[in-house]
Unconditional design. Structure first.
Length: 757
């Protein structure tokens, strides 16, 4: 079973209803206790003015009222059974446990303890459910935790999510001066604890029985269980102490400051009689009415108390202690926090986290070289270890206060303060020993450059390098932060960098070195020479364009030409490097050359291009086609029937452009009766479409004209004969058709059907 304490203390100025699910989250399983017991305990204690008002439990439309369980206690309880089908605990009358609600009475300073017990003994659960005292005694190991609900009209503010010793002492101070006319010491101690954010264990109500922890509260001294020794020396601020008085009674009190013999208490004590016994008169409206007094010495109460009756409850919160009384660092100096504080945990748990902030805005906290400005508890810096945190002083002479607290995996402890004085002579920043000169690097060559810094205080220096705009160095330039050196291979592309190297000492002071690095780039091919076709026995003259190569630095270029395999050009072909011209007379035998031209600038950087030169007979040189469009597949004559739905797609092979140019199309009626107003030419699908009228007859001539980008045109002519619905086909009349090679002008065309592109 998993029990998560969502919130352990609830304080309201008026009556309030609180769901059990707001207090606890219970996650059950088949291996867990078969029964979950929810109990209420209300102690009006012994005062004459007690109203006897109590809260109640309700669920599923039913209410359980509290009844007397002996002395000044009232209680009730409900037993819930584990239900495997739902994974929850269920009671046939009150429904599911997580739907249960506690309804506070609203009576002045009414305190109710809501507790959970787990057991697999049904008879035990049934017998003791109404009495949390008894349930605790018969099955202390089944105690799962408590929550306290307090009705307190004078309370204002918000209950802390977690109590600490300081919050206990602060809450106790809020009761000083109040008339405590309706309740006794346990209700006061419980109300103090609840105001601080914690619920006292139910065992704290009983005298002479072993103490029991409930999560946040642990038992620091357990006299009834046989522990002995100087219990008084263990008491410290924020603890609650249960004692059996020498007169046979019992008492519970809260330590708000000091420790051991110097402990100061807040409770509802009135005086100590001659026998050293605590006397608490019942409040009856007389002049002896009890008023919660200011903190008083523990010696007024503890005389004659035997250790076997004492239980000391302590919050399970880590305790941080200053390792020094105060500290001092110089301006811009640094101090690690690891040696300034120590932490202990009451349950010997490990410290898993720390939080720290400093109060001076002129100073900073540093973690792993990163500066943080954390100057309040709400913005405190969280770290796994204080050894990784340092205080970095600014330039202002001041007193800075460090605030530190620790976490044990479950609870945070109180803040502990340490004053740090910032004064003295400020340390000097690192010094640039040798200014790095501006660099000129040649593309493709190795880079090696060292920088040099020193620190006046001989502190260790850490180094970083980046571009002046804050961006990282290019991948080809490597900075070794350990050796303070640059290395890499310069790229062949021209570029200029502004590099900043920063040296930082352990105090956070830094100095930078800035230099420029110009990378000389290689020439680039900007106009590739096309492959050449030369005829056998002919004179060759090929001049490279002036922009074949360009140099990023504008340096003069030196040209060479070889075969691509590095061999010299053949004897019949020469290259003039000054004019960048090839010349010669081709041989009478066919051959193919792969020629490489290189351009080298004055920095020694080179770029090359290659092209082929084929020597062939004149007959082997392909002749470039002449412009023109051919009607490759003339469209055949068509016969369409009157009333027919026509769809006729122009074949893609109808026209062929000699140069492969894109063609645009137009379609016209050029002869016959003008009866094609219903006929359309689709520019997307290259299709004629329409519904032939029932009155259509005769023969018409259609023309499709193709035109390319050079304005060359060709026309395809075909006839369409309209037949009657009887499927009789009239002979196509060719008369009046334009000659195939004649292109009509727009004024000659009978009707424009559509355009296509």
């Amino acid at each position: 079973m998993s029990i998560v304490q969502n919130k352990s203390a609830f304080v309201s100025p008026t009556a309030v209803s609180i769901g059990l699910s707001q207090m606890f989250t219970v996650t059950a399983g088949s291996e867990d206790p078969a029964y979950l017991v929810v109990t209420l305990l209300d102690r009006n204690e012994y005062t004459k003015g007690a109203t006897g008002a109590t809260g109640s439990l309700s669920g599923n439309g039913h209410t359980s009222q509290l009844g007397g369980i002996g002395s000044d206690g009232r209680g009730t309880g409900i037993v819930f059974t584990y239900q495997p089908t739902s994974g929850r605990y269920y009671n046939s009358t009150y429904g599911y446990s997580d739907q249960l609600t506690y309804n506070a009475s609203g009576s002045l300073n009414d305190v109710t303890n809501v507790s959970l017990f787990g057991t697999s003994n049904l008879s035990q659960a049934t017998a003791y459910a109404l009495n949390a005292y008894s349930m605790m005694q018969v099955d202390a190991s089944g105690y799962l935790g408590s929550a306290t609900v307090v009705t307190q009209p004078k309370f204002s503010g918000t209950v802390p999510a977690q109590a600490t010793p300081v919050s206990i002492a602060t809450a106790a101070a809020g009761f000083v001066g109040q008339a405590w006319n309706m309740n006794g010491c346990w209700v006061l101690a419980s109300a103090i604890s609840a105001d601080a954010g914690a619920s006292l264990p139910v065992q704290s109500t009983a005298i002479g029985v072993p103490g029991q922890a409930n999560g946040e509260w642990i038992v620091a001294f357990n006299g009834p269980s046989g522990q002995s020794g100087s219990w008084q020396s263990l008491v410290r601020a924020g603890e609650v102490v249960v004692i059996g008085t020498p007169g046979g009674g019992g008492h519970i009190t809260t330590c708000v400051s000091g420790s051991g013999s110097n402990a100061m208490l807040v409770d509802n004590i009135t005086y100590v009689n001659s026998g050293g016994q605590v006397t608490n008169l019942a409040n009856d409206g007389s002049s002896s009415d009890i008023v919660v007094a200011a903190p008083h010495p523990a010696s007024q109460e503890w005389t004659g108390v035997v250790a076997s009756s004492v239980v000391v409850y302590e919050l399970d919160t880590p305790i941080v202690v200053d390792a020094i009384s105060s500290g001092r660092i110089a301006p811009h100096g640094s101090q690690s926090l690891g040696s300034l504080f120590t932490a202990t945990d009451p349950s010997n748990k490990s410290i898993t986290q720390w939080q720290v902030y400093d109060t001076s805005a002129s100073d900073s906290l540093v973690v792993n070289g990163v500066l943080y400005s954390n100057h309040s508890a709400t913005s405190a810096l969280t770290a796994a270890s204080l050894t990784s945190v340092s205080l970095l002083a600014g330039s202002v002479t001041t007193t800075d206060t460090l605030e530190v607290r620790a976490f044990n995996g479950g609870y945070w402890g109180d803040w502990t303060s340490l004053n740090m004085t910032i004064s003295g002579t400020a340390p000097s920043a690192p010094v640039l020993t040798v200014q790095a000169p501006n660099q000129t690097w040649t593309g493709g060559q190795a880079i090696s450059l060292a920088v040099s810094f020193s620190d006046p205080q001989s502190q260790a220096l850490s180094y970083s390098a980046n571009l002046s705009n804050g961006q990282a160095l290019p991948s080809w330039l490597i900075f070794n932060a350990t050796g303070d050196t640059f290395s890499g291979t310069a790229p062949t592309a021209a570029q200029t960098l502004i590099v900043v190297v920063t040296a930082k000492d352990t105090g956070g002071l830094s100095t930078s070195d800035t230099f420029s690095a110009t990378v000389l780039g290689a020439p680039a091919v900007t106009a590739q020479t096309p492959n050449q076709a030369w005829i056998e026995g002919k004179v060759v003259s090929l001049a490279l364009p002036a922009n074949t190569f360009t140099d990023p630095q504008g340096q003069k270029l030196l040209y060479t030409a070889t075969l691509s395999n590095g061999q010299a050009l053949p004897g019949w072909l020469s290259f003039n490097a000054a004019t960048e011209t090839f010349s010669g007379t081709t041989p009478t035998t066919a051959q193919s050359l792969s020629i490489k031209v290189s351009a080298t600038d004055s920095s020694g950087l080179t770029a090359s291009e290659s092209f082929t030169a084929g020597v062939q007979p004149a007959s082997a040189i392909p002749v470039s086609p002449k412009p023109g469009i051919t009607v490759s597949v003339p469209t055949a004559a068509q016969t369409w029937t009157d009333g027919q739905a026509v769809t006729f797609v122009l074949p893609s092979s109808t026209f062929t452009d000699a140069l492969g140019l894109q063609m645009t199309f137009a379609a016209y009626e050029v002869s016959g009766p003008n009866v094609t107003s219903w006929l359309r030419f689709n520019s997307i699908t290259d299709a004629f479409s329409g519904n032939v009228p029932t009155t259509a007859s005769g023969t018409i001539g259609l023309e499709v004209i193709a035109t390319d980008a050079q304005h060359v045109s060709a026309a395809d002519f075909f006839s369409v004969t309209f037949a009657t619905g009887s499927a009789h086909v009239t002979e196509i009349v060719a008369g009046g058709m334009l000659a195939p090679n004649s292109l009509p002008s727009p004024v000659q065309m009978s009707g424009l059907i559509a355009f296509h592109s």
